[in-house]
Ligand binder design. Structure first.
Ligand code: GUN
Length: 304
């Protein structure tokens, strides 16, 4: 039986450590603060941001939820970011993605002060990360490293194959794995014979954004699989493709009319030595690492 890497347990451990740091900072008169910006009413984004704000509250981090309407302009967003950059009580600025089409998301993320870029999306932080300098690293990739380390799974010398080359997950995950001395291969939509690549993986990171994309024959028996995907299945046919006969999932689907699957076909997990489930895996680490980054940013900005 493969080992299930429980994101909730690891996230709880990290949050406990962050809460202890927040307490120490309070003794020095410092309270880390996060501004979470949620534009419009994308249901998934609302859930994510609510969880981020709630977690701040749980850990003693000051948080502020800012909710511009989905008609907001790039110009108005620039003004908001400029104000947050200038505020001394705000250490981290999080702009939840995706943004409405009329907002120039890249230009906006570039306008966030790199010192407050707790998502690690600013090119300055991406550059620092790749150059091996102290940086705010993107939360999901940082969470992947925490899962591996805290589960005592080796990284150094392992062949890590990252499927997906996004700026937000694939690329920074590959960089962080490289810094941990893994041998790293990055695969993408144009990779020839993808299965031949993924079958070499001791650590397989699936960050593609397609439901159940990694199938059992793509996995080396005993590999560690990190599933970054969060894909909603809305139809019966989609549901049956992955979860036919699964009573627990059947109950969720009956109640909500949908369920979640990662980028890994659940049957492929049976090949693994260890894997992160969806839900309950990497996603929970993203929030925990955001908290860690906010405290880190608060300390760095004050030279602590
Ligand atoms: N949308 C989906 N994931 C993320 C994330 O980690 N950060 C932000 N800002 N937006 C997201």
């Amino acid at each position: 039986m493969p080992r299930i890497l429980d994101g909730a347990v690891i996230a709880a451990e990290i949050k406990q450590e962050v809460a202890a740091e927040v307490k120490q900072l309070a003794a020095q008169g410092v309270r880390p603060g996060l501004a979470a910006v949620l534009v419009g009413s994308v249901p998934a984004s609302q859930i994510y941001v609510r969880s981020k704000v709630q977690t701040c509250e749980d850990l003693g981090i000051y948080s502020e939820l800012i909710t511009p309407p989905d008609t907001v302009t790039t110009e108005e967003m620039f003004e908001l970011v400029a104000k947050l950059n200038d505020r001394d009580d705000i250490d981290g600025i999080l702009i939840q993605l995706p943004l409405p089409a009329q907002v120039d998301a890249k230009a906006l993320l570039d306008a966030i002060s790199p010192a407050k870029d707790v998502d690690g999306f600013h090119p300055v932080n991406a550059g620092r990360l790749q150059a091996g300098r102290p940086a705010l690293a993107p939360c999901t990739p940082a969470g992947i490293i925490e899962i591996l380390k805290r589960s005592n799974l080796p990284i150094a010398g392992q062949h890590a194959v990252v499927v997906g080359r996004s700026d937000l997950v694939g690329k920074p995950a590959a960089m962080l794995l490289l810094h941990q001395n893994a041998t790293v291969t990055i695969c993408h939509t144009k990779t020839r014979d993808l299965g031949a690549m993924t079958r070499q993986a001791d650590i397989l990171v699936a960050a593609i954004g397609r439901p159940g994309f990694i199938t059992p024959e793509m996995v080396k028996p005993g590999a560690t699989i990190i599933d970054v995907g969060i894909n909603r299945l809305n139809t019966r046919a989609e549901f049956d493709r992955f979860f036919a006969g699964n009573a627990r999932r059947e109950a969720t689907f009956a109640k909500r009319g949908s369920t979640i699957v990662g980028d890994v076909d659940p049957k492929a997990f049976e090949m693994a030595g260890a894997y992160t489930p969806v839900p309950g895996g990497v996603g929970l680490l993203t929030v925990a690492m955001l908290m860690a980054n906010t405290v880190h940013a608060a300390k760095m900005r004050r030279g602590l």
